[in-house]
Design a protein around this ligand. Sequence first.
Ligand SMILES: [Zn+2]
Length: 267
Amino acid sequence: MNRFLLTSAFIVAAVSAVQAAQTAQAPQQPAGWPQLPPKAAVSNIKLVEPHLHVDRAGKGAPRIALTFDACMGKTDPRILSTLVEQRIPATIFVTARWLRTNPDSLAVFLAHPDLFELENHGQNHIPAVDVPTKVYGIAAAGSPQAVAQEVKGGADAMLTAGIPQPRWFRGATAKYSPTAIMQIRSMGYRIAGYSVNGDSGSLLPAKMVEKQYASAKDGDVIISHINQPTHAAGEGVAASILALKAKGVQFVRLQDIPEKGDDGTTN
Ligand SMILES: [Zn+2]
């Protein structure tokens, strides 16, 4: 056998081995077997829930940012009246849904621009996640196009309602896919995480809310809800605001103070 034939034989053997391996990896389904439905797209993307802090005061009175989400539904007068009467600055995240049904509360916010910074909580309160999934049972936006619509739809409704252009976005559930964070950042927003969960979606008993607020330290950003007037949590929020004020806390809004968020949400 000459050198050429030897080489050819080797190639044929090698190709056969590769074909055999491929066949072993992907066995053909015998004819007549039932066709399985195509597998549904499974999202195993890891969602992030970013933190946010404001710059610490350091010496003197601790500095804390109160943030409230107005997701949908109504307005909690216990919280709103406490903020207005005590002259407590706060950042309020509103959705287009909430704006439609709360013109009177919006008028109160707009009448006190020295107290209230209004920011974007989205159009329809849909989690800003760009792959199909559910967050706390809520269907996520599911695509980059739907994330963009949620953000832009929220801002458009704010501008129509006479609110200045928002600079911050906080999505429903405060959870995001990392790529959605990059997308929203590219739309000109910083993304508002938090560092203290004040009311766990307005589901905590009042006393637990008070414990959460009492744990806040210099530089913390507290998240709570201002749209659940029938929940016990709101009573705890109102009492907690008074307690922080009595401690001499300096309340700041996100627009007034440098901040630092993780997961690429700020700078
Ligand atoms: Zn919300």
